[in-house]
Design a protein around this ligand. Sequence first.
Ligand SMILES: NC(=O)c1ccc[n+]([C@@H]2O[C@H](COP(=O)([O-])OP(=O)(O)OC[C@H]3O[C@@H](n4cnc5c(N)ncnc54)[C@H](OP(=O)(O)O)[C@@H]3O)[C@@H](O)[C@H]2O)c1
Length: 244
Amino acid sequence: MNIGIIGSGGMGSCLASKFVKLGHIVSIANSRGPASLKKLSEDIGAVATTVEEATKNKKVVIVTIPQKNVKDLPKNLFEHLHEDVVVIDTGNYYPSLRDGVIPALDQSGIDSLWVQQQLGIPVVKVFNSILAESIKDMGRPKGEKNRIALAVSGDDTKSKEVVFKLVEELGFDPFDLGNIAQSWKQQPGSSIYCRDINLEELKKRLDAMGTAWSEMRDLIIAQRKADEELMKVDYPAYLKGLPH
Ligand SMILES: NC(=O)c1ccc[n+]([C@@H]2O[C@H](COP(=O)([O-])OP(=O)(O)OC[C@H]3O[C@@H](n4cnc5c(N)ncnc54)[C@H](OP(=O)(O)O)[C@@H]3O)[C@@H](O)[C@H]2O)c1
């Protein structure tokens, strides 16, 4: 499969490396241009490219950049895309830690709803609720008891099916959480966020959250804020403190 990745940081480089190893043809871009990606692309076997080229002739385009930078992507970047192309959003909104307050995002409070409005194209949200290190090291064969399950949300069923296959290939159990309006369940502050839990536990926690964002919003955002404060002072302590 031809995969374009926009963002070459912790998550973008990890996904690129994994997908190359799985036999996919991967192009990777960042904000500084292909020359800055020479070493990384050679090391992992990906093609260093521009942001625009990363969207051309691809089956899947992964946007994996900080939320604050989404507005800096070229306008109409996705305008030419064929309707079969799947656009993945791995992003998380951390207003206090990294992104600054984005008032338009705060209106709904649903990170990927805002991203898809900005990009002007439906997105599938996945890989936001697992650390790159876990993607790198914790993939397991299907059927293994503690195989990690990953939430996937999006409005387009066919796009999600493509994503489920990629998640499987990486060694994780995909779980269809619902449409993008429900994707708050996999945002920072939720009980499934970066917990490395299996499918049974994931379903249990999703059920416990119910379906009403209006009822869960204050709780999840308060938890995200507390996590941001901890991450600012001691990131390893934050990771260690995540209850599994
Ligand atoms: N790392 C993780 O474990 C992890 C886990 C789950 C979710 N996420 C989420 O995934 C996203 C990416 O995280 P990360 O950890 O990979 O971030 P990161 O290490 O800070 O890397 C960010 C990348 O985005 C690129 N970028 C920024 N603005 C851009 C633009 N306008 N055009 C093209 N590329 C641009 C940067 O390129 P330059 O360096 O050239 O500016 C850089 O390659 C974030 O929303 C994060 O919350 C990360």
